[in-house]
Design a protein around this ligand. Structure first.
Ligand SMILES: *Cc1c(COP(=O)(O)O)cnc(C)c1O
Length: 377
């Protein structure tokens, strides 16, 4: 089933997306090839790159950082920068990872043209290109909506073409697999990689027939992969996110536009111009929204970004977003109105809100377990 959908010869199940990263990355990253270029790496992806001794470099187009810029494919990689990097440091590049949709930028899609040209560059410099395909169907939906030449293609056809422009993929099935747990690791044709991945899979995940999943989870995934490419499903799903975005825009709340596939990104830097980045304005907004309305958002800013590797300084993230991720098939549009009203209420008192400082942070992926307290002044 998934071989047919993605067109890759080898498909290995894993317990979730990071399982696939853990199995694949150490095969490609080594001392001589530490660099991993990409549009924008997801946080666990960046962590697994680092755990394998590598360094992740984000080369997303600059429009991704301009929340009011209506560019239709803000997840695109900057091909000029990618090409310059490959020309200069190609020998040190382990792989290119294209994340579809680009989670870090707000579920922003990557165009087919951009994927194709990135893959052509990868070929030219003999560097593997891996898709981080957690939201492959949402990305295909946007290609169909926004890119010339795709309006009359089916989502399945678009997906199939997207997966031609890579050598393998990692996928969290908890997103467009429409399941509670699971993931996939795909290898397009390289048998040597597939065998090595299989061997590592046994050590880390489970036997290659189940990869740490129960049989019922695998069956649910097989169903999810067929339902997620249905146009009605995608229209309802992405439409709900879009309607919340439109409501927020009407209320004057600054968000990343156009609205992405799975989440609204509120520009907390604009909400709190008086809170410096090293006092985590997006985390402040997350806390305030939770206190006001019981709505849980996630900080995508300097807390997540971590410290500067050389100076140890905080406040380095180019964006300060509050991510409101909308679970699939869970909420009605009325729930979305509660979210919008809660945010409106928070905005009214925003001038009074204070920054935060860290009380505890883990050395890696600190944002998951950090403890913070309000800055006293
Ligand atoms: C969720 C996600 C991952 C990690 O997957 P898990 O299933 O949570 O381990 C990797 N990349 C992207 C883009 C994701 O959205």
């Amino acid at each position: 089933m998934s071989q047919q959908l993605f067109g890759h010869r080898y498909i290995l199940p894993v317990h979730q997306g990071r399982g696939a990263e853990q199995v694949l990355f150490p095969l490609l990253i080594n001392e001589a090839k530490p660099l991993v270029l990409g549009n924008m790496h997801f946080d666990t992806t960046r962590a697994h790159i680092q755990l394998a001794g590598g360094e992740g470099i984000d080369l997303v187009i600059k429009e991704a950082y301009q929340s009011a810029n209506p560019h239709p494919f803000k997840g695109n990689i900057d091909l000029t920068q990618l090409s310059a990097y490959l020309e200069k440091e190609g020998d040190r590049v382990a792989m290119i990872i294209m994340t579809v949709t680009c989670n870090g930028a707000g579920g922003q899609p990557v165009s087919m043209t951009n994927l194709k040209e990135a893959y052509q560059l990868a070929r030219k410099y003999n560097v593997p290109l891996i898709l981080d395909a957690a939201r492959f169907a949402e990305n295909a939906y946007f290609i169909r909506q926004r890119e010339e030449g795709y309006t009359h293609k089916t989502i399945a056809e678009i997906v199939r073409e997207m997966f031609r422009y890579c050598d393998g993929f990692t996928m969290s099935a908890k997103k467009d697999g429409l399941v509670n747990i699971g993931g996939l690791l795909g290898i397009k044709e390289n048998e040597e990689w597939a065998l090595e991945c299989q061997a590592r899979l046994v050590a880390y995940e489970g036997f290659p027939t189940y990869g740490g999943l129960a049989g019922r989870d695998m069956e649910a995934l097989a169903v999810g992969l067929t339902e997620v490419i249905e146009p009605d499903y995608l229209e309802q799903r992405i439409g709900q996110v879009r309607r919340l975005g439109e409501d927020l825009i009407k209320r004057g709340i600054p968000i990343q536009q156009p609205v992405g596939g799975h989440a609204i990104f509120v520009d907390a830097g604009q909400v709190y111009p008086h809170i410096p980045k090293d006092q985590f304005p997006a985390q402040v907004l997350a806390c305030q929204l939770y206190m006001a309305a019981g709505v849980r958002g996630v900080e995508i800013g300097s807390l997540l970004y971590g410290r500067h590797p050389q100076t140890g300084e905080d406040g380095c993230s180019p964006v300060e977003f509050l991510r409101l991720t909308i679970p699939r098939r869970t909420y009605t549009d009325n729930h979305m109105r509660v979210v919008a009203e809660g945010l409106s209420a928070v905005m009214e008192g925003s001038g009074e809100h204070k920054g935060l400082q860290l009380v505890y942070e883990a050395p890696i992926l600190r944002h998951f377990t950090a403890r913070l307290k309000p800055v006293c002044s």
